[in-house]
Design a protein around this ligand. Structure first.
Ligand SMILES: Nc1ncnc2c1ncn2[C@@H]1O[C@H](COP(=O)(O)OP(=O)(O)O)[C@@H](O)[C@H]1O
Ligand SMILES: [Mg+2]
Length: 356
């Protein structure tokens, strides 16, 4: 009998729409890999629902309401137990990529693709992931963290940030999709950028900026003990996009050029690939992650870890699957590999001693 895989998508972040597109692609690829696939949609509000694969492919999201269950099976569908062998969470951003959904799946005792609670939460937090990267000797841009909105904390942070020079990038600690991010080119604009980022989070980072940075991305795949890296790619924001902002990411069909493999020397690409695996392991990631670096234009020696995405986009033109395709692993095999890793992890976990 075919193994049954639930693909969980949608969710409550700004990346709701891209998640739907990711799900369409992964559902198709898992079917081609021989699984029985159940798309599970999390609407912005209301009950989770099972959508028929053909409906999802046609962009229709109506379906049957589901409920979590703590019995033998993890879900109930139309009042009946609904068996799944594993799930593939494809919910980007808050509540999907930050450990919250992963914790819920742990309680349901379901094997799931991707990182566990701790690595997901650490990966989502730009301050914490940088702290962990620093401990592993991974090069970083200096930043100032502001964790209080009171006048004194903000004034002290603004003062410290001046020492970093211009430009600066101000960002909420835990978000994605470039939401809440400002490139600051004059110190007079800094306070406003900080206030804007505080609309999205109660912790904010002011980071030294790299002007016209090259953006290099690399895919990591595997377990914390045994991971490997894809070729590196390069994202080049185009036209009026001064950096890889929300619009360039999602609204402008022509917002970026993506070069894979990235035009880098073999030596630099090798170093970035090794660093991607190092950060994946340092955070204790599992399954997949896309690691993003910033590089000074004109000097391949000066590059910095920017962030890690533990649930990268999975549409047919998304960076992560494209990187693996260019490395020789097609999207069908990639999805299959990720499901196997999820099931292997669950088996390894069930062999651990527990004290009851
Ligand atoms: N320190 C920096 N120097 C130059 N560009 C930056 C810097 N930080 C962020 N950016 C730009 O902003 C984009 C989004 O920042 P990032 O930290 O990746 O947040 P997000 O999680 O929203 O993608 C990056 O892809 C890059 O274009
Ligand atoms: Mg980013």
């Amino acid at each position: 009998m075919k193994e049954k895989i639930g693909v969980i998508f949608g969710g409550r972040s700004a990346e709701h729409e891209v998640s739907i597109e990711s799900a369409k692609t992964v559902v198709k690829n898992l079917s081609l890999a021989g699984y029985a696939v159940s798309p599970i949609y999390i609407p912005r509000r209301g009950a989770w629902r099972r959508v028929a694969p053909a409906a999802l492919a046609g962009g229709r999201l109506a379906g049957t309401d589901m409920e979590p269950s703590f019995g033998k099976e993890s879900f109930m569908l139309a009042g009946r137990p609904f068996r799944l062998d594993a799930v593939f969470p494809l919910v980007h951003g808050s509540t999907g990529e930050d450990g919250i959904l992963q914790g819920f799946l742990e309680l349901l005792d379901l094997p799931y693709v991707g990182s566990g609670v701790l690595a997901s939460a650490a990966g989502m937090d730009k301050a914490l992931s940088k702290d962990i990267a620093r401990k592993s000797g991974i090069p970083l841009l200096p930043h100032v963290e502001i964790s209080g909105r009171d006048k004194k904390s903000v004034a002290a942070a603004l003062k410290a940030a001046r020492r970093l020079g211009l430009p600066l990038f101000v960002k909420p600690a835990q978000l994605g999709s470039s939401v809440g991010i400002t490139k600051v080119k004059a110190f007079n604009d800094l306070a406003r950028a900080v206030a804007f980022a505080f609309q999205y989070d109660w912790r904010v980072l002011i980071e030294k900026g790299v002007d016209r940075a090259r953006e290099i991305v690399c895919g990591a795949l595997g377990s914390p003990l045994d991971a490997r890296a894809s070729v590196c790619g390069e994202v080049r924001p185009k036209g009026r996009h001064e950096f890889y902002d929300y619009e360039a990411k999602y609204l402008d069909d022509n917002g970026i050029d993506f070069l894979a493999p990235a035009p880098l020397s073999v030596k630099t690409a090798g170093r970035l690939r090794a660093l991607s695996v190092a950060i994946f392991k340092a955070l204790g990631c599992c399954g997949m992650a896309r690691v993003d670096f910033l590089m000074e234009p004109g000097s391949e020696d000066r590059f910095y870890f920017c962030e890690i995405n533990t649930i990268p986009g999975f549409t047919s033109h998304s960076l992560y699957p494209t990187l693996w395709k260019k490395t020789g692993l097609d999207p069908v095999k990639l999805s299959h590999r990720l499901v196997r890793l999820a099931i292997e992890r669950q088996k390894a976990k069930s062999r651990l001693q527990t004290v009851r």
